[in-house]
Write a protein that binds this ligand. Structure first.
Ligand code: URP
Ligand code: ZN
Ligand code: ZN
Length: 460
């Protein structure tokens, strides 16, 4: 059904202006003053609202076998939650174990989403081992439209690659023109520190951070940057939590390494004191890299404002407190890592970033949508508002006031890491390729609207 949005205050990464937006089929067809209502279509009056391009979360986990259990969301629940929170495209990490066949795993991850997702989606292909078959398999996956890889320098024995595998993955990525996203922590040091802390009887969730201190993450970033410099590959550091890692990223830029930095919403809002909450409640706040001392937050916000941090993602990884996080009572190394936030990212970034004056509206749109679109081969189909782009639109109400709670969220997980936090602003209407999927905090759309988005390599 054609859609006309009247009196829109359009905000993109570099423009802000008033106009009407007309969508026909799945795309934006015209933007301008006094557009006429399409016959048989729907007209929305956006007076008083801001209209943003659909937000893109470039780092989520939905199907995730991890630490002896599975993340709780399905594509049905995660995509509905994403849409209610203004995210119209998800990029999920395919995370096979070292023993799994990459092509079979890729097909398995695709099958979890096919026909189940209410929003659009695509994948980063996890490379968790590299052998003689890998180049051929990865070429097929890239040809299928998945033009980015993921490596883990952490999680020794599970997803982690060794230095030979890292080198070969980056060298292949360079040849194929695809970007490599990377979890940067020194796995060997983490294993040593974990053993040491447990031997000293330090078993609670508050010891998770000391087992992975900032220097361990900074070393990971330096390590990745060294290998990227050697191979010429383009790399993207996921979930950056601390200023030590930012310094390594800046140093890599100064050497000419093509490296981009992501942070995730928990690091911008929460800090390590949450993981020390009594009665094991701290386990809700265990993720890797860990939540840091509060002093890191202002530096992350500054780096985001200045552009050293390109994107704000979630690293959405939902594990229930009851029965899953509880697996780590008496041993913090067994707490499934992750903080759910796919529904909350945009509202938290608006509230703690824009409303508090830390970032302007353009940086907000850029970090939560446009940069991810540019880096991962989705632009200009997604990440902007322009004729010819997908009609993924967020009509945002900056006057809304509310509170985050697990009692009202749509994610399939029994707690919220942001319980009780007040938010300023939320999406009023969210469209996916021209169809209204969410309205005022409720999913009202078509559960099977979402499509797998094909991406070409753009890092040649
Ligand atoms: O704690 C985290 N980050 N959980 C999800 C897996 C990962 O490392 O991204
Ligand atoms: Zn990670
Ligand atoms: Zn992750």
């Amino acid at each position: 059904m054609p859609l006309l949005i009247k009196n829109a205050e359009i905000v993109t990464a570099d423009q802000r202006y008033k106009a009407d937006i007309r969508c026909d089929g799945e795309t934006i067809t015209s933007i301008g003053p006094n557009l006429t209502a399409p016959p048989g279509g729907e007209t929305i009056d956006a007076t008083g609202k801001l209209v943003f391009p659909g937000f893109i979360d470039p780092h989520v986990h939905i199907y995730l076998p991890f630490m002896g259990t599975f993340a709780k969301d399905t594509y049905a629940t995660a995509s509905r939650a994403a849409l209610v929170g203004g995210t119209t495209t998800l990029i999920e990490m395919v995370c096979p174990s070292r023993a799994d066949d990459p092509l079979e795993s890729y097909e398995l991850w695709k099958s979890k989403a096919a026909g189940q997702s209410a929003c659009d989606y695509t994948f980063h292909m996890g490379v968790t081992r590299f052998d003689e078959k890998t180049p051929d398999q990865l070429r097929k996956i890239v040809a299928d439209g998945t033009a980015s890889f993921k490596v883990f320098l952490a999680y020794k024995g599970a997803f982690g690659v060794d230095d030979g595998e890292l080198y070969q993955t980056l060298a292949l990525a360079k040849r194929l023109g695809v970007i490599v996203t990377a979890h940067c922590e020194n796995a060997e040091v983490v294993a040593q520190l974990q053993r040491q802390l447990l031997a000293e009887g330090k078993t609670g969730p508050e010891w998770h951070e000391p087992s992975r201190p900032p220097v361990v993450e900074a070393e990971g970033v330096h390590h990745l940057a060294t290998f990227a410099g050697l191979t010429g590959a383009h790399v993207y550091v996921v979930h950056t939590s601390c200023c030590d890692a930012l310094r390594e990223a800046q140093a890599a830029h100064n050497r000419g390494v093509r490296l981009w930095v992501e942070t995730v919403i928990p690091y911008l809002v929460l800090d390590k004191s949450y993981a020390a909450r009594p009665d094991f409640e701290g386990a809700k706040y265990v993720m890797s890299p860990p939540l840091r001392e509060k002093r890191h937050q202002e530096q992350l916000w500054n780096a985001l404002a200045m552009g050293l941090v390109s994107t704000v993602a979630t690293d959405h990884a939902p594990f229930d407190f009851r029965g899953q996080k509880e697996m780590g009572r008496g041993d913090f190394t067994k707490i499934p890592n992750g903080i759910p936030s796919v529904e909350d990212r945009v509202n938290l970034l608006y509230t703690f970033g824009v409303a508090k004056g830390r970032i302007d509206l353009h940086r907000f749109v850029d970090a939560a949508s446009t940069q991810a679109a540019r880096l991962f081969g989705l632009f200009p189909r997604k990440g902007t508002i322009a004729p010819g782009s997908d009609a993924d639109l967020v009509i945002y109400d900056p006057a809304y006031r509310g509170t985050i709670s697990a009692k009202t969220h749509h994610m399939n997980v029994d707690y919220s890491g942001f319980e009780g936090l007040a938010i300023e602003g939320r999406p009023s209407i969210v469209t996916v390729r021209g169809k209204i999927q969410s309205r005022d905090g409720q999913f009202i759309g078509d559960q099977t609207r979402g499509q797998l988005v094909h991406r070409e390599p753009t890092h040649g």
